[in-house]
Design a protein around this ligand. Structure first.
Ligand SMILES: Nc1ncnc2c1ncn2[C@@H]1O[C@H](COP(=O)(O)OP(=O)(O)OP(=O)(O)O)[C@@H](O)[C@H]1O
Length: 720
């Protein structure tokens, strides 16, 4: 008996480190609530096309479901699991690769688990389980409308109801009814979703409408080779082909999309309890309360136990980081050290992974995060969640035709997701910095993004995917008609649609770029031989993809230093060319880029992200044959270049132009709204004929951010 045991132990010891880790993690997996449900999940998916799966946060949905179904006879292809954010897609892929004992992504041709996020595809020829952001799955759908490589698509964290997830659900619903040669299974998962509406959505048959996707033809096969106004391939894009119509008709006679094909399963319980604490009364100074609570936990609670603090945005996070670090210096050596780590979307990928690494000995991690860590992620070590109850959300202002970010109270569903980040490896605590009454008065769910944001990108994706009649698309929640019309008009104005409403060749090119339609249009414009400024525009677009490259300057002394340092980079024409000058100077710095950034009060971290995005965008433009020039970029000081660059931005953002009025204010061309130059702009306080801005922010008043001076005659020239 004893010798049997020792042979077994020896066998385990002989395994590779990957296999040893797999065996070790298997014990923990078996304790997850979902482990007991695996046979039920397999059997339900054998008999049904769609499974709506609910289960508490941490019960094991995101990591286990793909592994449960991998070896099922119907599952010959890949399994896609979508995530709302790249940080979740990457960390889940890493974890599942460890649990399966396989290398991650492209590190080995034999790797079974990979991920795909914007600007980073990390898969191998053997990848079977792929975690990808919703945006990336939509991009894949543009290349292969039938999604032939997948046997199963798992739509995770569906409660977040991003526009992208709503589009994916609609496309999957249509695909389920048309892809008959290879079966496709769909699993929709969340801890806090509205299960009934999802079941109803998939149970109702899609109407065989013109909008149904073309499964036989992909966008690639109908490309009209740059002929923007030329006739589109009518047969290909007129909704259903003959064979598809036949299939859709026969489908109406069977029960494929009836109640029977949609199953529901619930996973009860979570692994560890989480104690919830509320404030006794409302806090008027949330920063102060957060700071106080961080130190209260740190000084009272035993180690180990890291903190995850949910805040609104990067500006507040960086402010609090500084204050916590200052206070931490005054702690006596009786207390463990504090390591403060920010986590927000605009950080480089490497910086986003730091909170997932273990803290050094005798150190407590304090992760200050936006809601990018709200769902799906397990941040190892976290036992305490501190929730400020607020988040920045996108809000579309139809009259202006612009998205703006507003700070708002979160929903109950968000609060519960935040709480669910604790209690994943051990019992935890959730400190809600609001009262219990405030929690009870919160909305149950967030308003779906489709009801509150600009729909241009969504409409373009639908059109590029062959869903021409966008008003007939199967939406889980139909968006407001005026927002759809606004999006159609915007796309028409960008030249992404033809007069008939069909997508143009130019529109299809824009749809394949991982950018908003407006920024995509700027890129395409810059690639025209007359403009010839694509490399420079890529640099600026890369800067616009991070929140800000400039460090916050809060004291008079630092402000003065910043002014002097930034003056060397500032361009009279405004922020766009100033950003270009900053990227060019940073890229040219060969000895010590970190020091250069510090000297100019520029965020080295943000610049690393900019360089990442710049590299990827350049590669994508080369692949799309937009970038033919091999010479170096021109200097930001070249006047001719400045005009061409700004004209390109004008082409994509003609709606974001305001002219100077006799009273000294700026009023937008569209909507006649007053808009001021943002205080962060190099043009602040200047009186110019007209300004162009990339972003509209509303704080104490309406501001345009990232502003440049433009001439009215350019406007007439560019926007015929
Ligand atoms: N990176 C990780 N490090 C350590 N443990 C992990 C990691 N990822 C997952 N786990 C463990 O696996 C459990 C299940 O995680 P999983 O993400 O599958 O749950 P879930 O049900 O999808 O949760 P949620 O609804 O919150 O996304 C976690 O509670 C944790 O114990």
């Amino acid at each position: 008996m004893e010798s049997n045991k020792s042979t077994k132990r020896k066998r385990v010891d002989e395994k590779t480190p990957l296999q040893q880790k797999r065996v070790k993690l298997l014990e923990g997996r078996k304790r997850l609530p979902i482990w007991q449900k695996q046979n039920e999940i397999r059997s339900v998916l054998r008999d049904h096309d769609v499974l709506v799966l609910s289960g508490e946060t941490g019960s094991g949905k995101s990591t286990q479901v793909p592994q449960f179904i991998l070896d099922q006879p119907w599952c010959r292809g890949k399994i896609a699991t979508t995530q709302p954010r790249r940080v979740a897609a990457i960390s889940l892929a890493r974890r599942v690769a460890e649990e399966m004992g396989t290398p991650l992504g492209s590190s080995s041709p034999a790797s079974k688990v990979g991920y795909s996020v914007r600007f980073d595809e990390n898969t191998s020829p053997s990848t079977r389980i792929k975690y990808l952001t919703e945006g990336m799955l939509l991009q894949e759908m543009l290349r292969d409308a039938t999604m032939g490589q997948y046997s199963c698509v798992i739509v995770d964290e569906v409660h977040e109801r991003s526009v992208n997830v709503d589009l994916i659900l609609g496309f999957l619903k249509l695909l389920l009814s048309t892809r008959r040669d290879k079966p496709l299974k769909v699993v929709v998962m969340s801890a806090t979703a509205d299960v009934d509406s999802l079941r109803r959505f998939f149970s109702e048959r899609p109407t065989p409408i013109r909008s149904a996707i073309s499964t036989a033809v992909t966008a690639d096969t109908v490309e009209t080779d740059g002929n923007e106004s030329g006739p589109e391939s009518e047969a290909s894009w007129d909704g259903l082909s003959d064979s598809e119509q036949h299939r859709a008709a026969s489908m109406a006679e069977d029960d494929r999309c009836s109640e029977k094909s949609v199953a529901y399963c619930h996973v009860e319980g979570r692994q560890y309890p989480v104690l919830t604490r509320y404030l006794d009364s409302h806090s008027d100074d949330i920063m102060e309360t957060t700071l106080h609570r961080i130190f209260q936990i740190h000084c009272k609670e035993p180690m180990p136990g890291d903190l995850l603090v949910f805040m609104t945005g990067s500006d507040k996070i960086l402010d609090l980081q500084k204050i916590v670090e200052e206070y931490a210096q005054n702690l006596t050596s009786d207390f463990p050290k504090l390591l403060v780590l920010p986590l927000f979307a605009a950080l480089s990928q490497a910086a986003q992974q730091r909170p997932f690494q273990p803290a050094p000995p005798n150190t407590r991690k304090v992760i200050l995060s936006t809601n990018i860590a709200e769902t799906s992620v397990t941040v190892p070590g976290v036992r305490f969640v501190v929730d400020t109850g607020m988040a920045k959300v996108k809000q579309f202002r139809i009259r202006l035709g612009l998205d703006s970010l507003l700070v708002k109270q979160i929903s109950k569903s968000s609060a519960d997701q935040r709480k669910g980040r604790a209690g994943r490896e051990a019992p935890g605590q959730c400190h809600r910095l609001y009262t219990e009454a405030a929690y009870r008065s919160m909305d149950e769910h967030d308003k779906p993004e489709i009801l509150r944001c600009d729909l241009s990108a969504a409409v373009l994706t639908m059109k590029a995917r062959g869903a021409d009649d966008v008003l007939g698309f199967p939406f889980l929640t139909p968006p407001p008609r005026d927002a759809m019309e606004k999006a159609l008009l915007n796309l028409l104005q960008l030249g992404a649609l033809q007069g008939t409403g069909r997508i143009s060749a130019l529109g299809r090119k824009i749809a394949r770029l991982p950018l908003t339609p407006s920024l995509g249009r700027v890129i395409i414009e810059a690639a025209r031989p007359e403009m010839d400024c694509l490399l420079e525009v890529i640099d600026i677009v890369a800067c616009l993809s991070v929140e800000s490259i400039w460090l916050n300057v809060d004291t008079e002394e630092v402000r003065e230093r910043a002014q002097i340092a930034r003056q060397q980079l500032a361009k009279r024409s405004g922020d766009h060319l100033t950003l270009l000058a900053a990227v060019q100077a940073y890229a040219a710095e060969q000895s010590d880029r970190r020091r250069w950034a510090d000297d100019h009060l520029i965020s080295h971290r943000a610049m690393q992200s900019v360089m990442d995005v710049r590299k990827q965008l350049t590669a994508q433009c080369k692949q799309a044959k937009l970038l033919l020039r091999t010479t170096e970029a021109s200097s930001a000081s070249d006047e001719g270049l400045q005009e061409r660059v700004l004209k390109c931005f004008l082409r994509g953002f003609s709606g974001n132009v305001a002219r100077l009025c006799p009273d000294g204010s700026y009023k937008t061309f569209i909507g006649n709204q007053t808009v001021a130059i943002h205080p962060s702009s190099v043009l602040r306080g200047r009186k110019l004929e007209a300004i162009l801005y990339n972003e509209f922010v509303y704080t104490s008043k309406a501001y345009g951010r990232n502003v440049s001076a433009v001439q009215l005659r350019w406007f007439e020239e560019v926007v015929e």
